[in-house]
Structures are given as C-alpha cells and as structure tokens.
Design a protein around this ligand. Structure first.
Ligand SMILES: C[S@@+](CC[C@H](N)C(=O)[O-])C[C@H]1O[C@@H](n2cnc3c(N)ncnc32)[C@H](O)[C@@H]1O
Length: 216
C-alpha cells in the first residue's frame, strides 16, 4: 500500500478536527435512516459484542453503537480527531490507528463499522482493507460500510478555511459488494437513500452490511 494518501488524510483531518467536531458531531441526530441502520447493525452484533469502529472520527457512531449495547473501540488515523472523540465521549475507548493495519488479533471482533471512512481509501488499496476486516472479524460477524454513491472522487484542497488535500472516493454500492464477496463475505443488507434536501448533499448514500460466513 502506498502511504502518501494516509499522510494527506491524516493531515487534512488533524487540521480541521475542531471545526469538524463542531459541525458534524451531532449530525446523526437529524438522520433517521442512518440511526435505523446503526441500530440494525448493533442488533446483528448483539449485546456485549465487540465492534471496531474504524475511521470513528469524533466518536458519534461509537457512542450510538455503545448506546445499543455494543462494546466499541473507536480507531482513527488522525490524532486530533481521536482527541475530539475522547473529549466528547469520556467513557468510551479510542485509539489512533489505521484500518490498513488493524491492531486486533485474527477473528477477535464481532463487528466492523466503517462509517464514511473507506471513502478515503483509493481503489488500489480497497481489497487489502477489506481483507483486513475479514482477518479481524470472527466467523458469523458483520461489517457495516457507509459511503457516498458516485462514479468519480471529490477532491478538496480547502475545508473550514484551511488548506487540505482530501480525496473522497464515491463508489457504486455494487463495487464494494463485489470486493467484499471476493473476500468471502456474503451481502446481507444493501440500502441506498437519496440525497437529503439540505443544500449539503449532492449524492445518494449507501449502507452495506456484509456477513462473514461461519464456515469459510
Ligand atoms: C468523513 S470522516 C467520518 C468520521 C466518522 N465516521 C463520522 O461519520 O463522523 C472520515 C474519518 O476517517 C478517518 N480515516 C481516514 N482514513 C483512515 C484510515 N486509513 N484508518 C483509520 N481512519 C481513517 C479520518 O481521519 C476521518 O476521521
């Protein structure tokens, strides 16, 4: 895997973590479809099940999944995003790390939540990241992927008035589905909602839950 994009992503979120937290930490409070998807995923994981929330950002999904009874570890590339997550969620567990090399033993977690975070993984590394999810997940466990649907990436060189170099890879839902299937997962839930009429969204959003078979 090439490391340059990881450095650029880390730097982009480090530079904007405080503003991101202020704008987006409570974003999901107004998103009933997203809340329903997260509740369904938590139900599949089961009470007390361990979830790796990869690319947890400020810990909004970490808190929601914990509120539904999961034991959640939030992991993020950006130390400043993890700083915000710890500040905003005093009782939850957060670590700095990358989904490209997760610090979990093989088959040790019950669920992986990647909520708008594989959007920062380029196509050439996506297979390796999904393989990493398959490695850490126990048989019978689930992965939840949320991402914007599209054909072309969005490239930002400025966010919240700061210079960044962030690439958001929008993808058709089936592209992620096919990659997951190549790594032994079976598709369980495939949902796409249209863009919300809030002046901020321009693409549909996809929610994909895949399952690792119990014997694979
Ligand atoms: C669009 S934000 C989403 C954050 C959070 N999931 C949410 O919905 O508020 C993307 C997050 O993924 C993190 N990220 C990007 N690449 C990552 C990687 N390779 N490993 C871990 N986290 C990563 C970023 O630092 C950022 O916090």
């Amino acid at each position: 895997m090439t490391g340059d994009y990881l450095e650029q992503t880390r730097a982009g979120y480090d530079a904007t973590a405080a503003e991101y937290a202020e704008r987006f930490h409570h974003w999901l409070d107004r998103k009933p479809v997203e809340l329903a998807v997260l509740q369904a995923f938590a139900g599949l994981v089961g009470t007390g099940g361990h979830v790796a929330d990869v690319g947890c950002g400020t810990g909004a999904t970490t808190a929601i999944l914990a509120g539904h009874g999961c034991r959640v570890t939030g992991i993020d590339l950006s130390p400043n995003m993890i700083g915000e997550a710890r500040r905003l969620n005093l009782d939850l567990d957060f670590r700095i790390g990358s989904m490209t090399a997760l610090d979990f033993a093989d088959e040790s977690v019950d669920g992986v939540c990647a909520w708008y975070s594989v959007i920062h993984i380029p196509d050439e590394d996506l297979d390796a990241v999904v393989a990493e999810f398959a490695r850490v997940l126990r048989p019978g466990g689930h992965v939840l992927l949320a991402f914007q649907v599209g054909e072309r990436p969005l490239v930002l060189d400025e966010a919240f008035g700061r210079k960044v170099s962030l690439v958001y890879h929008r993808r058709p839902l089936r592209q992620l589905g096919r990659i997951a299937e190549r790594h032994g997962f079976t598709s369980y839930v495939e949902t796409v909602r249209g863009p919300d009429d809030d002046g901020l969204e321009s693409t549909p959003h996809a929610f994909l839950i895949v399952r690792k078979p119990t014997a694979c």
